[in-house]
Design a protein around this ligand. Sequence first.
Ligand code: IPE
Ligand code: IPE
Ligand code: MG
Length: 256
Amino acid sequence: MVNSTELEALVNDSKPKHVAIIMDGNGRWAQQRGKIRVKGHHEGVKSVRQVVSSALTIGIESLTLFAFSSENWRRPEAEVSMLMKLFMTVLTREVKKLHKNQIRLKIIGDVSAFSLAIQTKISEAEELTKHNTKLTLNIAANYGGQSDIANAAKQIAIAVKNGDISADQIDDKMLGQHIAMAEQPAVDLMIRTGGDHRISNFLLWQLAYAELYFTDTLWPDFDQTAFEDAIFSFVNRERRFGGTGEQVRAILTKQQ
Ligand code: IPE
Ligand code: IPE
Ligand code: MG
């Protein structure tokens, strides 16, 4: 029988360090309400705020959110341009708050495809928050898991060509050092909302050992409680403590 201090230590030990989320279902959320799809994207920003704030409370080190995939350019032009506008607005409006909460912001993906205005906002935000240590918030924008691996291969090929390394030295460890977020803890929990059970070219390399959590909840309905449920399920899958669900939840949501 573990006592409550031991239980707290066990729960804190089993918390995920890095959580990644495919935020899916915005369009359907809007359509179900007779609204245009972009309303769902607007509403989804509220869920982002709740999840970021909850990740801070729980004491997660890295949170990675899939905001725009390299395939999402195929969407109708009006939706893409509206998503870009929303991205710009959110970057402008929320960065100060992130900084105040000691959150480091990082964008992963090929940002060169975005407008110069967005690229400037991104560099300013990353520069402003780069020394923050409470939580790293990675936003995957124009990101593709396959391109991530191809880029790593390209960097290694250049090193071979320059004679810095030989082809024999290439192994998984070396490739992993060139993959996005190599400096952060491994992703241990991947959540997808919106009911589909696929990866959609999100993190591929990084999900090698991740627990996968799928929920039918559409992203705009995914709130703090839904996020806590996912974390709770991860902690429970890891170990059985002999404690009650309420105890574990109370420990998780105790301000870090
Ligand atoms: C995810 O929601 C958000 C982005 C891809 C930007 P969707 O827009 O894919 O919503 P559904 O899947 O069509 O409901
Ligand atoms: C994945 O959702 C991309 C993001 C959440 C940004 P999609 O809705 O684009 O993925 P598919 O089309 O269902 O695979
Ligand atoms: Mg979708």
